[in-house]
Design a protein around this ligand. Structure first.
Ligand code: SF4
Ligand code: SF4
Length: 304
């Protein structure tokens, strides 16, 4: 069967989760997004304000869109930090995941085209105007938890989501995943900056992940002493999630080899443009540029 062949190939390439949704407008999700934007919770991520109509309707991305395939790739490495200094979010411990997953998606799409040469696709990994989390829920990969991450009952939330929009119509689709957060509030209670302002809603203005990565400005002084040594990203609301505590398992993907788990604050402050480029080549940490990572290091120094 066509779908089974896609599933086997995806698994062979290292994807852990795969699900299929039929084409539909994401009305409910878009109105929640608009509400979130109206409250200014996107902070400096103005790109979130653009292309809302494409996020709602994927046929504005691929004319003949009939289905969406969501894939999840587990990146969990069963190791702890080397020290408490300058912690890096797990997703950034190794090589930039875009580089790893784009290649695998290309191979997958090329393979599907050999099965049916009318298959057309647009693929995304965490970039582009696609509501990847909403599609992952619709495709049955997991549910969007109160910390806003998609959680799988099989592997928790330590996985990257990719999305393929296609003109292919499948005969069967997954059903959207139920929510299994229940009465748990561990993520909300543990967030050191109270960034989860209500169930399922994160205010980026307060989120360490945003403040240390996407943010281009000074980190507000009101957060001094609250960053718990995170220099790039923050994993607290995932670390405390009972689904991760119970079900996270080591990734099979060898490409997610650890390069940077901790950064020495003093070493970061000594970097120059050249040494920064060399040290973080092909790492997600490149994203902050030298200025951003040094701002984070200086901010962590302020607590003392
Ligand atoms: S990533 Fe950190 S700061 Fe952001 S919501 Fe989660 S616990 Fe809070
Ligand atoms: S910590 Fe609890 S409330 Fe938060 S995402 Fe996990 S299960 Fe849901």
């Amino acid at each position: 069967m066509f779908k089974n062949k896609i599933i086997s190939k995806a698994k062979e390439l290292g994807f852990d989760l795969i699900g299929f949704s039929d084409y539909q407008h994401l009305n409910e999700e878009t109105s929640k997004l608009k509400e979130w934007l109206n409250k200014g919770y996107q902070a400096g991520m103005s790109y979130m304000e653009r292309n809302v109509e494409k996020r709602e309707d994927v046929s504005l991305i691929l004319d003949e869109a009939k289905s969406v395939i969501s894939l999840g790739m587990n990146y969990y490495i069963d190791e702890d930090f080397e020290s408490k200094e300058g912690k890096v979010s797990r997703y950034a411990w190794g090589k930039d995941y875009h580089l790893i997953i784009w290649e695998k998606l290309d191979i997958l799409v090329d393979y599907i085209k050999t099965l049916d040469n009318t298959f057309e696709a647009k693929s995304y990994v965490d970039t582009g105007p696609v509501m990847d989390r909403a599609w992952a829920v619709k495709s049955g990969l997991g549910w969007q938890g109160k910390n806003s991450n998609v959680i799988s009952k099989e592997i928790g939330s330590w996985f990257f989501i990719s999305t393929i929009i296609t003109n292919y119509e499948f005969t069967e689709y997954n059903i959207p995943h139920n929510d299994f957060c229940g009465t748990c509030t561990a993520c909300i209670d543990s967030c050191p900056t109270s960034a989860i302002v209500e169930d399922y809603v994160v205010d980026s203005n307060k989120c360490i992940s945003y403040l240390t990565i996407e943010n281009k400005n000074k980190i507000p002084d009101k957060f001094i002493g609250k960053f718990e040594n995170w220099i790039f990203g923050c994993d607290i609301c995932q670390d405390v999630c009972p689904w991760n505590i119970k079900f996270a398992k080591q990734t099979d993907c060898k490409e997610f080899e650890v390069i940077h788990k901790n950064l020495s604050v003093s070493e970061v402050l000594e970097l120059n443009k050249e040494s920064f480029k060399k040290k973080f080549k092909n790492s997600p940490i490149e994203r902050t540029k030298l200025k951003g990572i040094q701002r984070n290091a200086e901010f962590l120094m302020k607590r003392n």
